[in-house]
Design a protein around this ligand. Structure first.
Ligand code: BDR
Ligand code: CA
Length: 310
């Protein structure tokens, strides 16, 4: 079976950490590089978190630091959910790994331009790095096999009533990516809020009792607590790893092609992903939007993947 080549662009982040765990060992995936953006916390912290996760799990994949500021708007972070470090909870051994000297945006451009057009770019943070890459070298648009992003929502947001964090944190970047003419799959809150990590799921993963499952348990202890404080849910929605689970097994999601437009003009709805589910506007379909998720299959994939570690 030919592996799916991916670049994972992320802002770890508890759920990003699980996405890295999934992509780092699954036999269906070839993780070429991990590129980091400011998002859940500032760039220095999200880079450090990615290095800690990969060092701890023995994931031998280069990590590249990227953009520390959004393209236009003022920077926001998600301290309420992910804490002061961006990954509060787990305690890691001393960090020896270092980020690569090359900037993430240059890495993305170089890797795509040297490729045969067979690389999928997965984004689980604000889309700043990819948007900057598209602006610096527009020819990469023809080289990207597809973009699979965690972000947006056809329903409510989670930062404002209209907008989801990854989009609102850099809506101009999302606008650039959504108008680049690249095939896209949007995994939004509509499905990720159905993958709630209830205590019984944490107990199930704890039974695996290896390095990856212990990390998962430590991550979820903090993440589920802050999700409960902020949104009142008993289980935290495990947003980001659904992108990778979908690549491993596309039956995890039901998607529908439609026109999606990023609102960068309004004040109340800045960062909203306007999804034309019913084709009111008769505009070209620009993204496959996740409409439904097989939650049981998703947790099975998480368990199967945690078991791949020692
Ligand atoms: C997204 O925002 C971040 O806090 C999470 O890591 C996820 O990527 C959910 O809105
Ligand atoms: Ca994220």
């Amino acid at each position: 079976m030919e592996k799916i080549k991916i670049i994972l662009d992320c802002d770890p982040g508890h759920d990003d950490a699980v996405a890295i765990t999934l992509a780092g060992k699954n036999p269906a995936i070839e993780l070429l590089g991990i590129t980091i953006v400011s998002g859940n916390q500032t760039l220095d912290k999200t880079v450090r978190n990615a290095l800690n996760i990969t060092q701890h799990l023995g994931i031998d994949v280069p990590v590249y630091g990227g953009c520390c500021e959004p393209m236009v708007r003022k920077k926001i972070v998600a301290r309420d959910i992910h804490g002061e470090s961006g990954l509060d909870g787990p305690v890691f051994p001393p960090l020896e790994r270092k980020a690569e000297p090359e900037h993430a945006v240059n890495y993305i451009i170089r890797t795509l331009m040297e490729s045969d057009g067979d690389i999928t770019v997965v984004t689980t943070g604000p889309m700043t790095n990819l948007a900057m890459a598209l602006r610096m070298e527009p020819k990469i648009a023809e080289k990207i096999k597809q973009i699979v992003l965690m972000g947006g929502s056809y329903g409510n947001g989670n930062v404002t009533p209209a907008a989801e964090f990854n989009i609102v944190a850099d809506a101009e970047a999302a606008y650039v990516c959504f108008t680049a003419g690249v095939p896209m799959t949007m995994v939004g809150l509509d499905v990720t809020r159905r993958a709630l990590c209830y205590p019984k799921i944490v107990e199930r993963m704890a039974k695996i009792n290896n390095r990856a499952s212990k990390l998962f348990v430590d991550l979820m202890a903090h993440f589920c607590k802050t999700q409960k404080e902020t949104f009142g849910w008993e289980g935290g929605p495990l947003h980001d790893p659904i992108t990778i689970a979908y690549l491993i097994d596309p039956s995890v999601l039901k998607v529908k092609p439609m026109n999606v437009r990023i609102d960068i003009r309004s004040s109340d709805s800045y960062g909203r992903t306007n999804c034309d589910i019913f084709d009111y506007l008769g505009l070209p379909h620009t993204a496959d939007v996740a409409m439904d998720i097989d939650v049981e299959r998703f947790w099975d994939i998480i368990e199967e993947n945690l078991r791949l570690y020692d």
